[in-house]
Design a protein around this ligand. Structure first.
Ligand code: X2X
Length: 328
């Protein structure tokens, strides 16, 4: 009896030994081949190095920690059930509709405009809003400009979207697709590949370098149009409760690891995107790059969603974004 008790006690003590690294859980909602995963792995590697293995990060892809629900990860991080979330802005719009500001149709002319907002007052404002939902944003990464693919025909004008069954990730994209006359359906990303394969939906829209190529969307889609209709940033966030419990020295290490990891994640996503259309052609996709006039027609057709969502986001925030996006 005593021996048993003593043994139990020894085991319990061994489990509490101080040198044990703390393993934190990071959730993201794409597969393990994407630049999201590469950014998360880089963060894990850098954090371990910075903290001398005091902190480890275990990366969970495919929204496993939220039962496959990609929109739930942020909320779970906000209440401390998950330590880190790496997700894109559109995924948190049910929690914080203001985050849709990044993805308003045709807001950004180029990457420089994107970088001005994430590094500027617009980014600060979004960080403040997410803090209010229990998430401290450590750094911005990149999902990217979202391009449209489908299995039916080339898309060159809004009329080509008419009646296409489109899988979308979030609520704003439902409105945008409706503006274009498509037939949108909200669906988890993890369920999208089989849905495209089986023809449950005709098309989808996602960034080339971060998602379309690494998740092999070209295997189940014939046509892609690089219409750049909406930008989607990533952010690496930590539960505010966890963050507030760290000392300043540790916070600085977390910050450094996050900054470097997301910088790396942006670089590899942009590189893969720049080389992406050539690669997709080689895979047999029919690639279409619209003229400036054709892009203007998509922009005009999606203006109603822009206006509707600007109202929901708040005109002051939208102004912050448009000013920084268009500043030179
Ligand atoms: O679900 C998507 O389309 C994805 C992977 O891009 C997002 O998380 C928004």
């Amino acid at each position: 009896m005593f021996t048993k008790f003593a043994l139990g006690l020894t085991t319990a003590l061994a489990l509490c030994l101080p040198a044990a690294a703390e393993t934190l859980r990071l959730s993201h909602n794409t597969g393990d081949t994407t630049t999201w995963q590469q950014g998360a792995d880089k963060f894990a590697e850098l954090l371990a190095a910075e903290t001398g293995d005091e902190y480890g990060v275990r990366v969970f892809p495919n929204a496993q920690l939220s039962g496959g629900d990609q929109m739930k990860q942020a909320e779970m991080t906000g209440r401390g059930a998950i330590d880190f979330v790496l997700t894109s802005a559109i995924n948190v719009t049910p929690l914080a509709p203001e985050m849709a500001a990044f993805s308003l149709p045709y807001l950004y002319p180029d990457y420089e405009a994107v970088d001005r907002t994430t590094a500027g007052k617009a980014g600060d404002k979004m960080e403040e809003i997410m803090e209010g939902h229990g998430i401290h944003i450590l750094a911005w990464g990149e999902n990217g400009f979202r391009e449209v693919t489908n299995s039916k025909h080339a898309i060159k004008a809004p009329a080509d979207m008419q009646g296409l069954k489109m899988r979308v990730a979030g609520p704003m994209y439902i409105d945008v697709m409706n503006d274009l006359g498509a037939n949108p359906q909200q669906m988890q990303w993890t369920e999208t590949f089989p849905a495209l394969q089986q023809g449950v939906v005709d098309g989808q829209e996602n960034p080339i370098g971060a998602v379309i190529i690494p998740q092999r969307v070209y295997e189940v889609q014939k046509y892609i149009t690089a219409w750049h209709y909406s930008y989607d940033p990533l952010f690496l966030g930590i539960s505010k409760a966890k963050w507030d419990g760290l000392d300043d020295d540790t916070k600085a290490k977390f910050q450094k690891a996050a900054d470097e990891a997301m910088q790396y994640q942006i670089e590899i996503s942009r590189k893969a995107t720049a080389e992406g259309l050539e690669f997709l052609k080689e895979q047999g996709m029919d690639v279409y790059e619209p003229t400036p006039e054709e892009l203007a027609a998509f922009k005009e057709a999606t203006q109603p969603s822009f206006d509707k969502w600007a109202g929901q986001i708040g005109e002051d925030i939208v102004e912050l974004f448009t000013e920084e996006a268009n500043a030179q």
